[in-house]
Design a protein around this ligand. Structure first.
Ligand code: V0V
Length: 138
């Protein structure tokens, strides 16, 4: 089902501050930034310098609306690891396979994720307390 770890997502209050921290402390580079209005977030994808194309990335996610999932996460937990994202070749097929095993998906239909990807999420209560994202790259 899963072809790779696509990214791990960290909820942050201030995106620019978090980018600077990960750059200055760990030497990570910004590969991509965007605002996703549907998810109510501003995000940055970071990678290690010289990492192979398609390698796992770190996603820093900051809320831009008070009702976004990230705003609620920060209110409840403060900043920290929020999600683990698995890459799949066909998100609809992955959704069907997981539903057939009794797992709840958060959306009936895939939504738009980073860089035009198609995404959905497994409910954290059905995945060992981890919010698992499914990502089909564009
Ligand atoms: C909540 N819970 C979590 C969790 N968020 N557990 C692990 N990891 C998380 N991130 C727990 C929470 O503590 C509750 O446990 C339980 O799940 C249900 O909580 P709830 O109050 O019913 O639900 P909410 O309102 O906290 O919402 C949780 C969900 C929400 C997962 C439904 O965050 C959501 O819709 N997430 C999907 C969208 C998302 O995360 N977007 C931001 C990233 P107890 O207290 O009952 O034990 S956008 C993105 O990733 C993009 C664009 C991309 O990658 O392309």
């Amino acid at each position: 089902l899963v072809t790779a770890i696509d990214h791990v997502g960290i909820a942050v209050a201030d995106l620019d501050e978090a980018i600077a921290f990960h750059r200055d402390t760990f030497g990570l580079e910004v590969a991509h930034t965007e605002v996703n209005e549907d998810q109510g977030v501003r995000e940055a994808m970071l990678r290690a310098p010289g990492a192979a194309a398609g390698g796992a990335q770190v996603q820093l996610i900051a809320p831009v609306s008070a009702d976004s999932a990230i705003a609620k996460f920060l209110d409840r937990n403060g900043p920290g690891l929020q999600q683990l994202a698995y890459r799949v070749t066909d998100v609809r097929a992955a959704m069907d396979a997981l539903r057939a095993q009794g797992l709840r998906l958060l959306y009936d239909e895939p939504r738009r994720g980073t860089a035009g990807s198609a995404i959905n999420f497994v409910h954290p209560k059905d995945a060992g307390g981890v919010l698992v994202e499914l990502v089909e790259p564009a």
